[in-house]
Write a protein that binds this ligand. Sequence first.
Ligand SMILES: Nc1nc2c(c(=O)[nH]1)N[C@H]1C(S)=C(S)[C@@H](COP(=O)(O)OP(=O)(O)OC[C@H]3O[C@@H](n4cnc5c(=O)[nH]c(N)nc54)[C@H](O)[C@@H]3O)O[C@H]1N2
Ligand SMILES: Nc1nc2c(c(=O)[nH]1)N[C@H]1C(S)=C(S)[C@@H](COP(=O)(O)OP(=O)(O)OC[C@H]3O[C@@H](n4cnc5c(=O)[nH]c(N)nc54)[C@H](O)[C@@H]3O)O[C@H]1N2
Ligand SMILES: [Mo]
Length: 625
Amino acid sequence: MADLKRPKLTLRIIPLVDCAPVVLAKELGVFGRHGLEVEICREASWATKVNAIINCHLLTGRIGRPGMGPFSITGQPNAMGGREVGALSNTLAAHMDFTPEDVARVGRFWKSSRMAQRPGLKAVELFEAVKSGRIKAVWVMATNPVASLPDAASVRAALRDCDLSIVSEAVRASDTVDACRIRLPALAWGEKDGTVTNSERGISRQRPFLPVPGEARQDWWIVAEVARRLGFGQAFEWTSVADIFREHAALSAFENGGTRGFDIGARADLSDRDYASLAPFIWPARADRAWTGARFFADGGFLHSDGRARFIATVPREPAHAPSAAQPLRLNTGRVRDQWHTMTRTGKSARLAGHRPEPTVELHPADAAVRRLVNGDIAEVASDWGRAVLKVHVTDAVRAGEVFAPMHWTAQISRAGAINVAVNPAVDPISGQPELKHTPVEIRRLDMRWHGTILAIRPVMLPEVTYWTRVRGAGYHAYLLAGEQPLALAQQALSAAVSATNPGPWLNGELGVRAVISDGRLEAMVMLGESRDEAARQRLAPFMTMDQLRVEDRNALLNGGNAVDRGDDICACFGVSCASVKVAIADGAITLDSIGAATRAGTNCGSCRPELRTLLRAARTMKAA
Ligand SMILES: Nc1nc2c(c(=O)[nH]1)N[C@H]1C(S)=C(S)[C@@H](COP(=O)(O)OP(=O)(O)OC[C@H]3O[C@@H](n4cnc5c(=O)[nH]c(N)nc54)[C@H](O)[C@@H]3O)O[C@H]1N2
Ligand SMILES: Nc1nc2c(c(=O)[nH]1)N[C@H]1C(S)=C(S)[C@@H](COP(=O)(O)OP(=O)(O)OC[C@H]3O[C@@H](n4cnc5c(=O)[nH]c(N)nc54)[C@H](O)[C@@H]3O)O[C@H]1N2
Ligand SMILES: [Mo]
């Protein structure tokens, strides 16, 4: 290895997700030792990025060693399970694809002469086909594309205009439910029965622990029932999840003989009782037990006919859309710690709303300064595809020239916080993965004439205002609002909207506070003013949960609440605010453990520990400066 005459090899490493720095550090160590030079390419297509990681591991002989197993690069719970049953448009079931041999084999197994002969459309192109009318019927199940796909306004329009749009959903309202004609109520996690697969290839039983609500049914039952009524009952004759599992296991082993990694034939003959008590297992689980497969590819044996791996050389490409003078910023999108995807479930939790209550756009202080933007401003983020209206958060956590917006907020919980309306729909040519991390945008401040907070026991149908977001409270709904309209008009329109669902006489207080109190209990309150009052929600929230307002409570409420400024929560488990952690640090807590001892923050699930560390580092830097 120390042969200095060897030509220097340049490798381009293309980081992928948050784990990229770890992979990178590992690989850099190796490359350094081997005298290789590493060039880091920040932008490439999704498939190229994945391939680059695989190439790195192949090159360094790492695949199959402990800690270096091949995984599917997906983030959803049971994403592996979805692939095993063929829930992608370009795969058949049990890890088979659309080669003529695979199509014929699945046809033999299902005794069907009418097999799909070629891959279907991938998500982005599918909705383009719905929009152009090439597809006239679409059934959306367990996904919320009107919120989660790029160029989301087009997806909404496509569903609205489609002859037959069906959605199977576990919640009553979502952006996709609103756009579809037929709505089928589905059971959700905790209510349904079956198996899930984790990344380590572990298949485990999922058992319901909640009763079935209303007429909701399991997705498989809905599919089978629709098939039956269309006259295909025979092909969907299962009576239980165990039936389906047995068929799935049998197909995985059908004419397999070691050619396909996914083989769980050993579980194809489970009785209903065995299935009910099935213990978690890692595939493969072949009927002949020839190979139990503790580790894939530990001794080579790649899934090509000669057993050898293939390097695929890749050429990085620039993002499809380059920033321009008019749109000089790169919009990056993704997750925040305490929300999941389109918030249909995490959005119901008051505790999880404490961390990041509003749809924000994060930008670097330098980019904020030239646009005269400060924390808390309401700004429009505009691209060639659409615009979102978000709250500004200035931070050096993003680089200059880049801005970040979370993907979570939808039309259900915000006026215009759904960022995918502005995200470009370019896709990776191989995988079809949209370019969700790179859209050229410009940001400008919207001049608000008023800012406000509404707290109400029952949800409020808001009139048209520039910015609003709904934040779940414990037993009530909070709305944070701002508008370009005159204050007096807003006051009138909002009071009327609140009264419509929270009736009662209005009491007028100081600082633009108006409240509806009924039987000594606060039903709703509105607080509007010309200037921003970021702490109003937290100041006024305690009044919403009081059973009986005493005279002094009522006076305090009508005076705009008691002055406390907690800041957002940092620890969702124990509801610890950022402010109390800062106090603890100032009082001498200099480690995670001592913060935990003083405030309980970070002592349960641990999700907030990285943020606690950042606060500690900031305090240390302040001290040093
Ligand atoms: N709390 C929470 N956790 C989740 C989810 C959730 O919704 N909420 N969703 C799950 C799902 S389905 C998934 S797919 C995963 C996604 O998990 P991740 O992919 O880890 O998360 P993201 O926030 O989408 O973005 C990843 C990071 O990539 C960075 N990034 C963007 N472009 C580039 C680039 O070109 N190079 C490099 N090096 N970095 C770049 C972004 O700044 C961001 O920090 O998360 C899973 N976990
Ligand atoms: N801009 C931007 N957009 C992104 C991303 C990004 O980083 N940036 N990330 C992308 C990624 S990686 C992902 S995985 C997607 C996620 O996007 P989606 O999959 O669209 O988001 P979810 O909110 O998980 O949608 C699941 C829906 O199914 C419903 N549901 C839950 N359980 C069940 C069930 O058992 N049956 C049925 N029928 N319905 C159920 C939920 O209520 C919810 O409405 O978003 C993608 N979109
Ligand atoms: Mo994902």
